[in-house]
Design a binder for this molecule. Sequence first.
Ligand code: ADP
Ligand code: MG
Length: 248
Amino acid sequence: MAGNTPIVLAVEGLTVSFDGFKAVDDINLYVEKGELRVIIGPNGAGKTTLLDLICGKTKASSGKVTFADQEMTRLREYEIVRAGIGRKFQTPSIYENLTVFDNLKVSYPRGRGVFGALAFKTTGDVLDRIDSVAREIGLHEQLRTESGLLSHGQKQWLEIGMLLMQEPELLMLDEPIAGMSVRERELTAELLTRICQNRSMLVIEHDMDFVARIAHKVTVMHQGRILAEGPMEKVQADPKVIDVYLGH
Ligand code: ADP
Ligand code: MG
């Protein structure tokens, strides 16, 4: 916690136990404003569960999550979204039969559910937001394209765009480049680097070249706990990390 940059997310003593098994075990994590933090670690380390706890999908057994000085731990999922935390799951959840434009439109915070949201009047504010988000995710030329016709990578970017429509202060992505082509991975690295200029990000990823390109800091999880944390070079050289993760 060096420097004067404010902490936007503070996770303290966070623990969840499933029938006595601690999938997340006494985690402390501090993310700064404008920081892009990557979480790595072997399968089953508790990475996804940690994001589930932060976004309220899973309730903590103990510990707390503070976001922008507000305690999140006992809030409901939609209240946490409203507080400014956006979360992308591993499988894309776009509306394949709607255009890119309409997918972004229904994600505008005013829209509640897909039908109500499509019916609301698209004012200048909404159009401006759709326009800037579409440019940001590189889908401006595809606004009128039915989303089901997009490439796998473009669908992932659209889903990131749907989250950006809500202007989250913290964006959490779980394995965003899984299944992407080399070119799509490069473009995603550029996209994430761009979008974290105005917000903080927590990204789970396995691809070490990708992690090295985007991470400000890396947190290594193992068996529900933090094994190591710091700049990529430091973490990569840590014998404990090589032993449980990078060596395999
Ligand atoms: P990772 O994302 O790092 O691969 P997960 O967070 O998905 O790991 O899982 C961590 C551990 O917690 C795994 O052993 C998994 O089986 C277990 N786990 C996750 N969710 C549940 C649940 N709802 N009930 C029981 N066990 C769970
Ligand atoms: Mg996972």
